[in-house]
Design a protein around this ligand. Sequence first.
Ligand code: BT5
Length: 268
Amino acid sequence: MTTLSSELIQTGLSTQVIGRPVQYFEQIDSTSNALKKPAERGRPEGMVAIADEQTAGRGRLDRTWEAPPGTSLLSSILFRPAFLPPDKAQQLTMICALAAVEAIQTQTGVQVGIKWPNDLMYEGRKLAGVLTDLSFAADRIEWAIVGMGLNVNILFDTEAKSLDDRLLARDAISLQMITGRPAPRLPLFRAYLRGVDARYADLRRGVSPVADWAARLITLNRPVKVTTPAGPISGLAAGLDETGALLVQRDNGQVSRVLAGDVTLRRP
Ligand code: BT5
């Protein structure tokens, strides 16, 4: 297991905003929770929390994120994107997902795709998930915390005792399982932070990440079923708009704009 520490991550990182500072925890409930108080108390953006173990790792909609200690990259970043209109908050999720995809590619050679709205996928299995917590003040985003759980050196067990673990082993994958060898976490994480820093600077200059994100999406032009809070929607994933909403063309030709939900890719 490669060692992580605030110092090892920060030294010579040469980022403008992201990773200033980095807080490392051996164990914490959730790295996203760890940034909430600093966010509410007005700490400047760029602060990063990373942990070797989470006791209450969160997914979306009260789901959990599971990772054995020391096997993953479990991290969150605090942003204060006052320049970004609230309806484009999803672009923060996009820049982090893209930075992770690119860091994985340069550090390990593994090519991964993105499944709308927040998963990194490899051959139909989930390698990483992104969770974005937002706080709005009047007409702007007050803060955003983007959490990333990336499976680096987990060996999921298809014969595990608990059903939940067996189901996870069916649907999840790690970099070690893909390449057949453990991946060092430190250079991968530093590459990720540098990528987020560069993409965040672009975002501030008005450069939209939507085209790059769309190019990585495995969800587009495929028949999908989206589970939304308002019920399921089936159709063709026909496109995206600048807010990151998925445009689903139904069989009757009508186009639905889906802001949040879970996608199942259907067989054509
Ligand atoms: C996500 O939610 O994919 C967002 C996960 C974000 C986790 C990071 S870790 C650092 C930061 N701190 C936190 O507390 N959270 C963030 P969602 O789309 O709701 O997916 C959750 C589902 O993914 C679970 O219900 C499981 O089915 C599955 N899952 C759980 N652990 C997994 C893992 N290690 N690999 C792949 N899938 C997993």
